[in-house]
Design a protein around this ligand. Structure first.
Ligand code: PMP
Length: 423
């Protein structure tokens, strides 16, 4: 084991610890789009961490902004009437960027908390509107909405829901690519019982799947026709990953709520939140009544907010949203060169800086470890990719990557696939 002296006690998420405890990849430092291990070997960060490091690593502006804030007011909470200027400023700024009228911003510490916040808010909204029976949550197969209680209940990746005992029963999954299934589900359940529909604009963890043309517009319309709240989960899609601030602009969507995280700080510090449209927030902001009995300790943490503000400055100053839009075709083209490879079943992407290379099922069948060996062979050759759905190598590079580095990424994936096949 290469993790220092003694046996590791660190339990890794989504990991088979029986294997990982003795075999770890220890990242030592990072700069721009490059990671370095402890031997000084460098790796192209083809995934921007877990889809989040949109501005790249080593941004001293973010470090300095956080240090300055920490020296002034390191931390304080925002429960009840307590506030701080970085949290206020961040909410003002995000509200101005969100594609909804007078967005209110509820801050959390990550994506999963944001999903659970949005789900609770949706149910409470209906209860306050006098329709407490609207509790049902609909999501899509293959969707990922974090690992908190409600997010686990609506998970569209089957394996992420099992083994935990009974989850929320009022949860239904529909096909990820067929809007008519949503309409049918709402009819079957009864619109008067449905609180909200959750959708990632581009499915991330479920295999990097862009929406079918017209799909998102159609589900938004079905939600509106049935008075069901439409919640876009832009935890991956926001802050430039799909070319806009909140991951939905390219389809002209105006969701009732948008969950965000990851790219809002480029992962420098943990932050998430929910942008809430006036339709929903008015019930809470304009009417006296009971408070929303919900909120994580670090909601509105001033030093985290300072990281987000500095990150937004970089995204704006360097025009990284436009850059993402420019790079999405070169990324897709680079990966498409692998489409003719005999081991490749499909290349997905072309909508935002997200791409997947799916390996042929018959090649993977009978060799359970092959896809992981491919990922590790890519890594040994100097690039980070992720395995998703057990059959795809997925990339989501920083928005600062160059076209030459995109080519290098695709070449390294090809070399890794070939090496694993011939080993
Ligand atoms: N929603 C989506 C679409 C995500 O991709 C993720 C994380 N990958 C989450 C929610 C959960 O976010 P977190 O891991 O920060 O809780």
């Amino acid at each position: 084991m290469a993790t220092g002296s003694g046996q590791s006690r660190l339990w890794h998420p989504f990991a088979n610890m029986a294997e990982v405890k003795d075999d770890k990849f220890v990242v030592d430092r990072a700069e721009g789009v490059w990671l370095y291990d402890r031997d000084g070997k460098r790796y192209l960060d083809g995934t921007a961490g877990l889809w989040y490091c949109n501005v790249g690593h080593g941004r001293t502006e973010i470090v300095d902004a956080v240090a300055e804030q920490m020296r002034r007011l390191d931390n304080y909470f925002t429960f009840n009437d307590y506030s701080n200027e970085p949290a206020e400023e961040l909410a003002r700024r995000l509200s101005g960027l969100a594609p909804m009228d007078e967005a209110k911003i509820f801050l959390t510490t990550g994506g999963g908390e944001s999903i659970d916040t949005a789900a609770k808010l949706a149910r409470l909204y209906w209860a306050r509107r006098g329709e407490p029976e609207r509790t049902h949550l609909i999501s899509r197969r293959q969707s990922y909405h974090g690992t908190n209680g409600l997010g686990t209940s609506i998970a569209g990746i089957e394996g992420n829901r099992h083994g935990f005992g009974p989850l929320v029963a009022e949860a239904t999954r529909v096909a990820y690519d067929d809007a008519e299934e949503l309409r049918a589900a709402i009819e079957r359940i009864g619109a008067e019982k449905v609180a909200a529909f959750f959708a990632e604009p581009v499915i991330g963890a479920g295999g990097a799947r862009p929406p079918e043309p017209g799909y998102l517009e159609a589900v938004a319309k079905i939600c509106a026709e049935n008075d069901v709240l439409f919640i876009a989960d832009s935890v991956i899609g926001g802050f430039g990953r799909l070319g806009g601030w909140f991951g939905v602009e390219r389809w002209g969507l105006r969701p009732d709520m948008i969950t965000f995280a990851k790219g809002v700080t480029s992962g420098y510090l943990p932050l998430g939140g929910v942008a809430v449209s006036a339709r929903v927030s008015d019930v809470f902001w304009e009417a006296p009544g009971a408070p929303f009995m919900h909120g994580p300790t670090y909601s509105g943490h001033p030093s985290v907010a300072a990281a987000a503000l500095a990150n937004l400055d970089i995204l704006e100053r360097e025009n990284l949203l436009a850059r993402s839009r420019e790079l999405e075709k070169p990324l897709h083209d680079a990966l498409l060169r692998l489409a003719d490879h005999s081991a490749v079943a499909e290349v997905r992407g072309g909508t935002g800086l997200i791409g997947a290379v799916e390996i042929e099922a018959d090649i993977l069948a009978g060799d359970k470890g092959l896809i992981t060996r491919m990922q590790k062979a890519v890594r040994e050759r100097g690039a980070i990719v992720r395995v998703l759905c057990g059959n795809a190598l997925v990339v989501s590079p920083p928005l600062t990557i160059t076209e030459a580095e995109l080519t290098l990424l695709a070449d390294t994936i090809e070399a890794g696939i070939n090496a694993a096949l011939t080993a």
